[in-house]
Design a binder for this molecule. Structure first.
Ligand code: TMP
Length: 214
């Protein structure tokens, strides 16, 4: 039952090993069950051009990458993704479910790499002009648990090679955002079993579906 809901923008965030892929698929299926076929996309990426930027940003390299250069590339990908995919979909009344968005920039480049939040805010203003997710689910778990879960997966990318301390700062960054923007960002304890995690995620989606149905 779609009712008269207009397009909404939902994002999913989490540190390494939080279960983002599984739960993104769960959210897509849950919305589908409510009669909403969401467009599923990701950041950095979501268009051919932005996926090339993703490749550039994530691939391990000898040369140290300046944190501001990294931030600018991520916002370049975001500008393209917003104009080519996200905004047109929302304008048509579609729902968009995105694997990471700007909260990741505040958490990884800001809290993790030390880019001043004011600089990120300037870029956010330039690229998004006030556009923000309607709902963000943040899958939270202790860094040790997350890193243990991803052990032995594919070759680690440039971020996955970072030390525990980096991810602790990233997690702290996410929790700070959730604290200051508690109406938008919902924290789900991802250290529990999948059934409990997904029960919480569906409760958050239900609450939004109810409140957005005007
Ligand atoms: P993924 O692990 O969700 O595929 O995301 C790829 C990496 O990109 C992840 O380690 C976090 C990083 N990232 C940032 O550092 N800043 C951002 O703004 C986004 C969207 C992702």
């Amino acid at each position: 039952m779609r009712g008269n809901l207009s397009g909404r923008f939902i994002t999913l965030e989490g540190t390494e090993g939080a279960g983002k892929s599984t739960n993104l698929a769960f959210m897509r299926d849950y919305l589908e069950g409510a009669g909403i076929t969401a467009l599923v996309t990701r950041e950095p990426g979501g268009t051919a051009f932005a996926e090339e930027i993703r490749e550039l940003v994530l691939s391990p390299r000898e040369e140290g990458v300046d944190a501001l250069a990294e931030t600018l590339l991520i916002f370049a990908a975001r500008a393209q993704h917003l104009q080519a995919v996200i905004k047109p979909a929302i304008a048509e009344g579609r729902w968009v479910l995105c694997d990471r968005f700007t909260d990741a920039t505040y958490a990884y480049q800001g809290a993790g790499r030390g880019v001043p939040r004011e600089q990120i805010a300037v870029l956010e203003g330039l690229v998004q002009d006030g556009f923000k997710p309607d709902l963000t689910v943040y899958l939270d778990l202790p860094v040790e648990i997350g890193l243990a879960r991803i052990q032995g997966r594919d070759e680690p990318d440039r971020f996955e090679r970072e030390r525990h301390e980096f991810f602790n700062r990233v997690r702290k960054g996410y929790l700070e955002i959730a604290n200051t923007e508690s109406a938008r960002v919902k924290v789900v304890d991802a250290s529990r079993n999948l059934r409990d995690v997904q029960r919480d995620i569906s409760a958050q989606l239900d609450a939004c579906l109810r409140s957005w149905q005007t």
